[in-house]
Ligand binder design. Structure first.
Ligand code: ADP
Ligand code: ADP
Length: 226
């Protein structure tokens, strides 16, 4: 029962130089329900391109993207946007929280946009913050939080609308090693608790080992890492 299914994904960029850059040359990947997959790749290998295609932010040149049973290949932008909002949560290396809003508001806002009532949105935001150990920071703005706390809040925001799939690009890459470990633990606890499927890009092989399996992107192809 795959939550994300990528089949035969190709993507090239025309750089204006002679020829083109073939970033993805036929990528196949299934992420099963509740599975957490580590994505490792040398810099420039196409990790961000792959995550953006998986999250319907970018379209492949060929191949299919199926999310939660919906084949979105060739669908309109509108349908892809709706599917992305309903099914996908994104986390980046930097938190991208709205600076003028509190931690709680940053998590409530996407829920309000999706039609949740204020009371329910606030209650869910607080419950998520408590799960990652920052319930006591709910009323703080991002600038008043440590780097680790900011990322914890960003994790909660990604999960605010109950996505089926989490896509993360170096979610703890901006933190010092000790903080990174703790914050990654909090992320994994949250993912396990919600039964979410996740594809998490990391350069950190120790973090990769804590996920269910690892795939490596190199020269346009995905390979299993034993
Ligand atoms: P990674 O995230 O693994 O560092 P990216 O997916 O960002 O890699 O990029 C993969 C390759 O594609 C790089 O060589 C990059 O320069 C190139 N690339 C990415 N986006 C574009 C673009 N919009 N136009 C041209 N080349 C691009
Ligand atoms: P870290 O050890 O992660 O670098 P800091 O030393 O930046 O953390 O912060 C330690 C604690 O102080 C954190 O819990 C953080 O929320 C709080 N804090 C930091 N800056 C502010 C601020 N400007 N206003 C309120 N609380 C703050």
């Amino acid at each position: 029962d795959a939550v994300l299914s990528l089949a035969g994904i190709t993507k090239s960029y025309n750089t204006g130089l002679p020829g083109q850059v073939d970033v993805l040359r036929g990528v196949d990947l299934d992420v099963q329900r509740g599975e957490v997959v580590a994505l490792v790749a040398p810099s420039g290998a196409g990790k961000s391109t792959l995550l953006h295609i998986a999250g319907l932010l970018d379209t492949p040149d060929a191949g299919s993207v199926t999310l939660h049973g919906q084949n979105l290949t060739g669908q309109s932008d509108r349908r892809r946007t709706l599917a992305r909002r309903a099914e996908v949560g994104f986390i980046y290396q930097f938190h991208h929280l709205l600076p003028e809003f509190s931690a709680l508001e940053n998590i409530a806002l996407p829920q309000l946009a999706a039609g949740t009532t204020r009371t329910d949105a606030d209650a869910r935001a607080l419950a998520l913050l408590e799960k990652v150990g920052v319930g006591h920071r709910a009323s703080h703005r991002p600038a008043e939080l440590s780097g680790g706390e900011q990322q914890r809040v960003a994790f909660c925001r990604a999960l605010a609308n109950g996505p089926a799939l989490l896509l993360a690009d170096e979610p703890t890459g901006n933190l010092d090693p000790a903080t990174s470990d703790q914050v990654f633990d909090a992320l994994m606890a949250l993912v396990r608790d919600t039964g979410l499927s996740a594809l998490i890009a990391t350069h950190n092989l120790d973090l990769a080992k804590r996920m269910d399996r690892t795939v490596r992107l190199d020269t346009g192809h995905l390979a299993k890492v034993p």
